[in-house]
Design a protein around this ligand. Structure first.
Ligand code: ATP
Ligand code: ZN
Length: 225
């Protein structure tokens, strides 16, 4: 790994947060030469390198100090934190700012034909999710004994496919749930994209650069209000 003084920022390579992340960096005045397939993009006007990775890898890269900053959904951050805390790995980060994109909620859903259900319905049921830690904590809090099935994609088809009784998945408009004949229940977590920083960052030139970017970020956020 090259060890230089360039600030490393991890963003999602291809997905729902990518465009907004690139737009935000542009608004912060970070000029990038983004070539489609490249993992790293070097800024042409600031000592910044942007790493483009899967969103699931972003919290760990920042927690382990491989990257100094990262932009990731709170849903992914909270899940990775819980998983790493349980494993005894570094899990803390400095949350520098909530961002104004990537809004979604992690919610329970079940087949529409079952109609409205109380929490007690989940007792003994099997729930498919990509977020077993967050779901597990919710079930524990609510005193519900249910099992979880981990699926990294197509969670919404799990009930129809006979893999689970219900799901716990990300929802923004609810259109996907509706298209899959699912009824939305309790929200377990509300999420936005957020900017996180490695908590042990001590390099003064990097900290100075972050300190010049933060007021710009606040300006961008205020302009949107
Ligand atoms: P990757 O290939 O990087 O792992 P992914 O398929 O896991 O991508 P995306 O679907 O691109 O992830 O979603 C990235 C993030 O966008 C989510 O973790 C969440 O924070 C946010 N998001 C906003 N709205 C939604 C939504 N309706 N469904 C899923 N994620 C959403
Ligand atoms: Zn992902």
């Amino acid at each position: 790994m090259s060890n230089n003084n360039r600030l490393r920022i991890a963003i999602q390579k291809g997905g729902r947060l990518s465009k907004d992340c690139q737009e935000l960096l542009k608004q912060l005045g970070v000029k990038l030469n983004l070539r489609e397939q490249r993992l790293i993009a070097h800024s042409t006007n600031m000592p910044i390198d942007v790493l483009r990775v899967r969103d699931d890898d972003i919290p760990g890269l920042v927690m382990d100090g491989v990257c100094d900053l990262g932009i990731v959904g709170e849903n992914v951050l909270v899940e990775v934190q819980a998983e790493r805390e349980r494993q005894g790995a570094a899990f803390e980060v400095n949350k520098l700012s909530k961002l104004d994109f990537g809004y979604c909620r992690l919610a329970l859903a079940w087949p529409q034909e079952l109609g409205v259900q109380k929490k007690s319905w989940f007792e003994g049921k099997r729930i498919a999710t990509t977020y077993p830690e967050i779901l597990g904590q919710y079930l524990k809090r609510e005193g519900i004994n249910a099992s979880t099935v981990m699926l990294t994609g197509s969670v919404e088809v799990a009930p129809r496919a006979g893999l689970a009784d219900a799901i716990c998945d990300l929802v923004s408009t609810g259109a996907t749930l509706e298209a899959n004949g699912l009824m939305q229940g309790d929200t377990i977590l509300e999420s936005n994209a957020c900017l996180i920083q490695n908590k042990d960052l001590t390099d003064q030139s990097k900290l100075d650069l972050i300190n010049t970017l933060m007021p710009r970020l606040r300006g961008v956020r205020q302009a949107k209000e």
